[in-house]
Each structure stands twice: as C-alpha cells, then as structure tokens.
Write a protein of this length. Structure first.
Length: 114
C-alpha cells in the first residue's frame, strides 16, 4: 500500500523560509519521479515542482521559479520542497504526488500572512 505523508507546513512570515517534507512508503521511491502541487480554494491542483527519479533534473512553475527548490533523499524515501521568500499568495495546501500511478499525500497547509 503506497502512502505519502507530508509535513512541515505552518505559518511563515513573508521573506522567511519553510521546508515541506513528504515521506513515501510502499513503493520503490528511487524508481519514481515526484512532484509537488498546490490547490487554492475552488481551484484545481496545479503543478509547483517536478523532480526526476535521481533528483538531477526537474522543473518549476513560473510563479515559484527562483524561490522554491525541490530535492529528494532516496535513501530516506523523502521528498522536500524548500520555500524561500514565500508570499501571501502562496498560502494554500501543498500536496506531494508520485508521477507514475499518481498517488497523493494528504496535503499540508502553508500560511503566509499579508
């Protein structure tokens, strides 16, 4: 049974930093490209960042490019999203996802006050 568990969300001041984590189990983590999505109320989930199986390549949404960095530790079955200089408009729920079958985590809320 595949399970993805996100953590690390919370309140962060504009200009601060926050790191989200996603621990995977029930799969061979190093065989799977991974991604981060976010979902605003009433909207569909949108891709934030994508990372290859080995972590050597990836892509970012224009809205976070230069501020967010995703990485992974395949030895720990863990995906990360480093969020630097977050903005109030980044406040929402973030999800990790496997890029094969499409398993989702439960989401973690990030709040950046204005």
């Amino acid at each position: 049974q595949v399970q993805l568990v996100e953590s690390g969300g919370g309140l962060v001041q504009p200009g601060g930093s926050l790191r989200l984590s996603c621990v995977a189990s029930g799969l061979t983590f190093s065989n799977v490209a991974m991604s981060w999505y976010r979902q605003f109320p009433g909207k569909e989930r949108v891709l934030v960042a994508l990372i290859s199986r080995a972590g050597g390549s990836g892509s970012y949404a224009d809205s976070v490019k230069g501020r967010y960095t995703d990485s992974r530790d395949n030895a720990k079955n863990t995906l990360y999203l480093q969020m630097n200089s977050p903005r109030p408009e980044d406040s929402t729920v973030y999800y990790c996802k496997t890029e094969n079958v499409g398993y989702w985590g439960q989401g973690t809320q990030d709040t950046v006050p204005s």
